[in-house]
Ligand binder design. Structure first.
Ligand SMILES: [Zn+2]
Length: 199
């Protein structure tokens, strides 16, 4: 546990506010620019003040980064979700609801439900449903939960645009390590974006 404390702190420092979490979710799912579904232009989407949506710089079309994620219908702050997802990404043998309850100071019921939702979500995307395919975009980012990198492992995230999130903890970011994971989980035929992935 000694070695974990600083990395959790580093992680939490990167997401000091709800806005920071939402911003990250937006960029990880949709990138800095994406083709607007309404006007068709490659657009930057700006945060709509006081709302959890972003709007197209050209036509005002709105996208909600939390849609179709476990965070969508919940009053639990994103910061708490990120915290628990961090635990899932860095703990090999699973995360106990009791531990989440202790770390977040939430009720056991809330902690259990969060673990359940995240497990279900990761199970769906880590299980037998590979991502991508014709007409779909898959974003691959070595730092899914945000610029976070522990000394021993890299969190590799794959995000289908507007869809699923998949995370893998991998020992390094060499091409030889990453390629088989990507091959095993992404259906060929669609576009794969690896803007921030040096390998
Ligand atoms: Zn637009």
């Amino acid at each position: 546990m000694k070695t974990k404390a600083p990395t959790l702190r580093q992680f939490l420092d990167q997401f000091p506010t709800e806005d920071a979490c939402l911003e990250h979710l937006m960029r990880i799912r949709f990138g800095d620019r994406h083709d607007c579904s309404k006007c068709g232009r490659s657009a930057h989407f700006y945060r709509v003040k006081a709302r959890k949506v972003y709007s197209c710089e050209y036509c005002g079309n709105q996208v909600a980064p939390m849609a179709e994620t476990p965070f969508e219908r919940t009053r639990t702050p994103l910061r708490d979700w990120f915290h628990v997802m961090f635990l899932f990404s860095t703990t090999r043998n699973g995360v106990a609801a009791k531990e989440v309850q202790r770390q977040l100071g939430v009720t056991y019921k809330t902690a259990w439900r969060m673990c359940h939702e995240i497990r279900k979500y990761m199970g769906e995307v880590d299980g037998d449903a590979p991502m991508g395919g014709p007409g779909k975009h898959v974003e691959i980012d070595e730092t899914f939960i945000g610029g976070f990198r522990s000394p021993k492992s890299v969190v590799l995230g794959m995000v289908e645009r507007g869809g699923d999130v998949m995370t893998h903890v991998v020992p390094n970011q060499r091409r030889a390590t990453l390629t088989p994971i990507i091959d095993a989980n992404v259906i060929p035929g669609g576009a794969v974006h690896t803007d921030e992935l040096r390998s």
